[in-house]
Each structure stands twice: as C-alpha cells, then as structure tokens.
Ligand binder design. Structure first.
Ligand code: ZN
Ligand code: ZN
Length: 214
C-alpha cells in the first residue's frame, strides 16, 4: 500500500495529546495503523508529551517548524514498529473494534444514489461513519462547516484536489468545496469523520441530511 496523503502535524499533535473528538481519534488511529510514516511522526510527538502542545500556538507556526524542532530534540526518527495485520479482512484493528467485526458485520443504511453509510458509536463532538460508494458514483458536491477526515479503506476516489487510494487520508476544512467520485473500476469504502454538518450545494441532499446526520 503506497500512502500519499497523511495526517497533518496539527492532527497528530492533538491525537498524541488526547485532544481530538473520539470520531477523529478513530480515523487517526486507523490511518496510523496502516501508515509507517505517521506512526513514526506520532512517536516523536508522544516523546515530547503534552506540555509543549499546551504552550504553543499551531496557527502561528510554519508547517514544518515543530517537526524540525522535534527531530532535533529526539534525534533520528523512531523506527516504525511492525504491527499485526489481519491475514484476511479489510478493517485495521482500531476500526474492527468499533464495528465489532469486519465488513460483513457492518449494518449499512442507504443514503441515496446507491451510496450507503453506517454511523459508528462515538462520543459527542463528532460523527464517524463508514461510507460505501459504488464504482463511478459521486457524492453530492458540498462544502464544510468544520473539518472532515476521509480515510480510504478500499477502492479509490477523486475530487477537485487529487486522487485518494487505500490508506490515503483527505483532510477537508472550511476552505474546501468538493465532489468526491469513486473510481470506475471498484466500489469505494471509506471511514469518514466530521465535527460539523456538511454544506450541500443542492436541495435534495440538504433536505435529507438531518436524517442522515451528515
Ligand atoms: Zn500517514
Ligand atoms: Zn467533504
């Protein structure tokens, strides 16, 4: 699995400090379990601990400055640990624990246009859902009132920014408007989390979204 889209430093720091809403923590933990690079970056943040995070303002820093500082503090980046992966099955361990099994255990609900979702039980402050997007199908175009994390588990989707394949994580925030489309050759299964309702641009999904908790 070649992963090209990762957790941001801000998200990894917040995850390390235990400050993410549970829905975001689930997506972060699932990505980290697939991604040697983010696991190594996380261990650098873990090594420094929470004190630094409370004292710094992430918004005022350059993208790489904290990483560079941490690299100096901790020396060489930690070696990625090997984690046990299931011989078969799609879901990494953190996700399997939430679902209570693998793909066959998911209780899908139709969203429309063949798209299905399953909302996972997490604490208030965010909503985590599995999304099943049939090959070639688009998710209605939308903007974001908060942050949306989307982790690809199977297949791939494209939007205005790039292509996202297995293990890739898209971080979409208030500046992003997009229309994710599953690639034509395979159904796409994603784990997504939001901390605020999406902003759909057309009427029909807007009418449905309170029922779908989108
Ligand atoms: Zn990563
Ligand atoms: Zn989105």
């Amino acid at each position: 699995m070649t992963i090209r889209h990762h957790l941001t430093d801000a998200l990894l720091m917040a995850y390390s400090a235990g400050q993410l809403p549970e829905a975001f923590s689930l997506v972060a933990a699932t990505h980290i379990s697939l991604c040697d690079e983010c696991r190594a970056r996380l261990s650098a943040f873990d090594a420094v601990g929470g004190t630094l995070i409370e004292d710094c303002d992430p918004a005022a820093m350059d993208e790489d400055s904290l990483t560079a500082t941490l690299a100096r503090l901790t020396g060489a980046p930690a070696r990625p640990r090997q984690v046990d992966r299931p011989a078969r099955g799609l879901f990494p361990a953190p996700l399997r624990d939430y679902v209570g099994g693998d793909l066959a255990a998911v209780k899908w609900r139709p969203v429309g246009l063949g798209v299905r979702q399953a909302i996972l039980p997490t604490a208030p402050g965010g909503v985590a859902r599995l999304l099943y997007i049939p090959a070639g199908q688009a998710v209605p175009d939308h903007g974001h009132r908060g942050t949306e994390l989307t982790l690809v588990l199977q297949g791939a989707f494209r939007d205005e920014s790039d292509r996202f394949g297995p293990g890739d994580l898209e971080v979409a925030d208030q500046g992003v408007e997009h229309t994710p489309v599953a690639e034509a050759d395979a159904d796409c299964i994603c784990l997504a989390a939001t901390d605020a309702p999406l902003r759909f641009n057309s009427l029909l999904p807007r009418l449905a979204q309170p029922f779908l908790r989108m």
